[in-house]
Unconditional design. Structure first.
Length: 188
């Protein structure tokens, strides 16, 4: 299940801090800027809502961390989740199998970044698109969601991140009216 919130500034940050676990509150307060704090709080609150609605869990979730830093729910190894945020939105995906999600703002991009992160076919796709910046973000979110699903995170060779894409199901949602795109990646 996917939960999205693009109203990052529409809640009382101080009041919301009381709704977090101590662990998440400490993580939140490490952010220097309010925007980072807001997205950290909102991501956790989406996870709380997802866990309550999907699994009936009302306790404040705690995290353990895998080898590459991917969070897992303490005491619930059978529940998989992933969080992502950008300036415009926060996304939480939960399920009974490994899952990855990435959300990104749509904006300008640089040709050098395209060359560094995309293989030849992907570069051609972007160049041929009516809106290359949208095509780039679509592919970028697919790559990052796939890497987050496996727990690898961003690697040095992003060009091959989708080489095994036949093993995964990607769901991409474009909210261009709100200036973001997100992709959820699940194993087939």
């Amino acid at each position: 299940m996917v939960y999205v919130d693009d109203h990052i500034n529409d809640f009382d940050l101080l009041a919301a801090l009381d709704l977090l676990s101590e662990q998440r509150r400490e993580q939140t307060l490490r952010f220097k800027h309010e925007q980072g704090r807001r997205t950290c709080v909102l991501a956790y609150r989406l996870l709380q809502r997802a866990l309550q609605q999907e699994y009936g869990i009302t306790a404040k979730p705690l995290f353990d961390y895998g080898e590459h830093g991917k969070p897992v729910l303490t005491g619930h190894p059978d529940i998989h989740f992933n969080l992502s945020h950008c300036r415009e939105a926060v996304v939480c995906a939960v399920g009974n199998r490994p899952i990855g999600v990435d959300v990104e703002s749509v904006g300008r991009y640089s040709e050098s970044l395209v060359r560094y992160t995309m293989n030849d076919d992907e570069q051609a796709q972007i160049a041929a698109a009516e809106h290359p910046e949208v095509a780039f973000i679509r592919l970028w979110t697919m790559k990052e969601a796939r890497l987050k699903l496996t727990g690898e995170g961003i690697t040095n060779d992003l060009k091959t991140a989708l080489a095994d894409s036949h093993r995964y199901r990607f769901t991409t949602v474009e909210r261009l009216d709100r200036n973001y795109i997100y992709t959820v990646c699940e194993e087939r």
